[in-house]
Design a protein around this ligand. Structure first.
Ligand code: SAH
Ligand code: SF4
Length: 367
């Protein structure tokens, strides 16, 4: 077996078939003394039919099925709670193998069907307006757990055969869990499985510059969304602590050199906080900063929540900000908040009661 497969399967614990890429699964099947092509059948069962165990994989030889029953498992995050909003948005609380909990959200008809997926339990980046940031980082998700959210949601919603988009905008900073996130995207993209094209995936990041450069060389390139939120270094440092290490200036430079497919643009996310970054001069400065970059702006009026020391600007203020950008020929949209009544909206994802270390200490370690 290759080294990466050996890392993924340990002799003492049943191998988790749902955390292996197809090539790793082929190695594993071969290591059991069977033909490699059976891996394709297993992959199909897991990723196209949503199989939750090996018992029902009826087209496999009997002895392979018996071996798998003894030595392998198909691990899936378990749905412990499912809430449906008035607007059709559904929030899933999922329990992982070690008891940790994460949240994933289904957002219907935007106009596409979209799954908002988590990449970490909590987040170490500590943005001042984000509840997940207040949790601190509890741990990274594995590729199996990241891709597993998609499989579980598609199965629960009966959407295994329906096209959908993925946004990596749930809990966590995807570029702070780079390798597992990329492996999950490869697992989801495999045509033997869900065949999810990277064009249907949007990765949202706070802007970890070295990782942005690494992303720019990936063969499977998701769409990129960068959380900007401010127009001066001081303003950004006050609400996004990572700015102290990766300046606004450096992030925008990384965006300028980021290779974009034809007709594709970087989305710049901008959370609007009343009296902090929502003035006309902020809008004008944002337009200037973005000139010459193939980008569009997605304004996200703050989802105000107890514990977050900011307010949402008025609708007039939001409209004025958007109008100024549009007048400067910047493509702009205002994100409609979905699922607020079930706390499924941006920045509201937190699973209470999961003890944590100090977020400030974690940020220091992460940077
Ligand atoms: N860590 C990544 C992706 C997860 S956060 C990132 O920061 O980009 C996804 C989006 O939700 C980000 O743009 C983030 O700034 C936004 N967000 C966080 N808290 C929010 C809040 N309280 N209201 C509105 N948007 C919020
Ligand atoms: Fe982490 Fe993103 Fe929240 Fe910032 S906004 S704390 S990077 S999840």
């Amino acid at each position: 077996m290759r080294r990466d497969t050996l890392d993924a399967v340990s002799p003492n614990v049943p191998a988790d078939l749902a955390s292996l890429e197809l090539a790793q699964l082929e190695d594993f099947v071969e290591s059991l003394g069977h033909r490699r092509f059976h891996a394709r059948q297993i992959y199909r069962w897991i990723w196209q039919k949503g199989a939750a165990d090996t018992a029902g994989m009826t087209d496999l030889p009997r002895d392979l099925r018996d071996t798998l029953a003894a030595q392998a498992a198909v691990r899936s995050p378990r749905v412990v709670r499912r809430d449906r909003s008035e607007d059709g948005t559904e929030k899933f609380v999922l329990r992982l193998q070690d008891g940790r909990q994460i949240e994933s959200v289904f957002i219907p008809d935007t106009p596409s069907q979209t799954f908002c997926i988590s990449t970490q339990v909590g987040c170490a980046m500590g943005c001042a307006f984000c509840l997940t940031g207040q949790m601190g980082l509890l741990r990274n998700l594995t590729a199996g757990e990241i891709a597993g959210q998609v499989r579980v949601l598609a199965r629960e919603l009966d959407m295994l055969q329906v096209p959908f988009n993925i946004v990596l905008m749930g809990m966590g900073e995807p570029l702070h869990n780079y390798d597992e996130t990329m492996k999950a995207l490869r697992m989801l993209a495999d045509p033997i499985g869900l065949g999810l094209s990277p064009r249907r995936v949007t990765l949202s990041t706070v802007g970890l510059v070295p990782m942005l450069d690494r992303l720019s060389a990936e063969p499977l390139m998701p769409n990129l969304a960068v959380s900007l939120h401010a127009t001066t270094e001081a303003q950004r440092a006050a609400i996004v602590p990572t700015t102290r290490k990766y300046s606004l200036h450096d992030i925008l430079d990384a965006c300028r050199r980021f290779p974009l497919a034809k007709r594709s643009r970087i989305t710049f996310e901008y959370v609007l906080l009343q009296g902090v970054n929502d003035r006309a001069e902020d809008a004008r400065r944002l337009a200037r900063l973005l000139s010459g970059i193939k980008g569009k702006v997605n304004l996200i009026p703050l989802n105000a929540t107890p514990g977050i020391p900011f307010d949402r600007p008025s609708d007039e203020r939001i409209d004025q900000f958007a109008r100024i950008l549009a007048e400067k020929s910047i493509a702009v949209s205002v994100r409609k908040s979905r699922g607020r009544d079930i706390r499924a909206a941006c920045g509201q994802l937190i699973v209470e009661g999961q003890g944590r270390r100090s977020p400030a200490q974690q940020l220091a370690e992460a940077l």
